[in-house]
Design a protein around this ligand. Structure first.
Ligand code: NAP
Length: 304
């Protein structure tokens, strides 16, 4: 028996709309309520049938057993402040922000003592945003990380885990600070590198005109896909995961200099060994079921 009868989604973009579709796909007897900042998004969400959409976040969370904050990291505090007085006693509040320590700092101070705040982050996404970008299978076989602390109520935690499993996700738990370091390595710095590389190519395109676009090889095309991600979301990620991002960027720069030196000195063995090692990491990701070995990352596969 699912513990939640009503789930409120605050923010109605890629992640929230995917949650709504996944709830429906699982056939869960849950009423979905929701709110987005702009009238345009709220109307689109209504047209798409994502749930009962309200003009204010306060109305959307009224009566909800679970509230999921699906807004950019920088908007979490304002939303927490707005909904605090309207939360149902005993409700669980979670979020999907890509950074955890800063979100805990922004949200926890506003949470009343009669609710359970359990921060979270689905390791699933695309470069698309908005209410129409979601799909039911987004979380299938993806990790949904939770960062409970010692005060977290075990029953509330297990109810949330059960719900996330029903959406198709796998659940793991870790400390907020550790989460931010891990994600700086696996997501945040790679995005920064993609943004930089596309910026470099853009500079170059002024020299070579359309060649950069016309002769884009797979590696560069993948960078452009990542660099097309939502600017608000990613600005907020870097502003709120400063320490871990700068730490990993420092290490990245050291490795880059080492490879630069190997190229300059013609040290083919070093390059070959390095690339052999990184290839093994890719195999590990595929074996863990977190990506496909198909050409082009199996991107042609249809969504449902
Ligand atoms: P998105 O598609 O851009 O949607 C963001 C939603 O938040 C929009 O509905 C927006 O409303 C709403 N919003 C923004 N400020 C708001 C406010 N002050 N009050 C109420 N609603 C507000 O974003 P997303 O990709 O779903 O990302 C949402 C969260 O998930 C972010 O914290 C992000 O870090 C995290 N996340 C994203 C991914 C990914 O790959 N995209 C993966 C994992 C986690 P309007 O449309 O009306 O402006």
């Amino acid at each position: 028996m699912m513990a939640y009868k009503q789930v409120a989604l605050i923010g109605l973009g890629l992640i929230a709309s995917s949650v709504s579709h996944a709830i429906r796909r699982a056939g869960l007897p849950i009423r979905v309520s929701g709110h987005a900042r702009t009238q345009k998004s709220r109307e689109e969400a209504r047209r798409l049938g994502l749930g009962d959409i309200f003009d204010t976040a306060a109305e959307a969370v009224a009566g909800a057993d679970l509230v999921i904050l699906c807004v950019p990291v920088g908007a979490m505090e304002g939303v927490a402040k707005e909904i605090a007085a309207h939360l149902k006693p005993g409700a669980t509040i979670t979020d999907v922000g890509s950074v955890k320590k800063a979100v805990v700092g922004a949200v926890a101070p506003y949470m009343p003592g009669h609710v359970h705040f359990i921060p979270g982050h689905p390791i699933a996404g695309t470069e698309h945003s908005g209410p129409a970008s979601g799909f039911a299978s987004l979380f299938d076989n993806r990790w949904w990380l939770l960062t409970p602390d010692r005060q977290t109520d075990p029953a509330a935690l297990s109810n949330l885990e059960e719900f996330l499993l029903a959406l198709g996700a796998k659940v793991d738990k870790m400390e907020a600070e550790h989460h931010d370091l891990v994600l700086a390595v696996t997501s945040h710095v790679p995005h920064l590198i993609a943004y930089t590389m596309v910026g470099v190519a853009d500079d170059l395109s002024r020299v070579t005109e359309t060649e950069v676009v016309n002769y884009s090889a797979a590696g560069f095309r993948d960078f452009t896909r990542i660099a097309a991600s939502d600017p608000t979301m990613w600005r907020d990620v870097f502003l709120n995961n400063k320490t871990a991002t700068l730490e990993i960027l420092g290490r990245f720069t050291e490795e880059l200099f080492a490879l630069q030196r190997a190229i300059r000195t013609g040290d083919g063995d070093q390059l070959f060994d390095y690339f052999t090692h990184t290839r093994a990491i890719r195999r590990g990701i595929i074996e863990a079921g977190q990506d496909t070995a198909q050409p082009d990352f199996g991107r042609i596969v249809t969504r449902n």
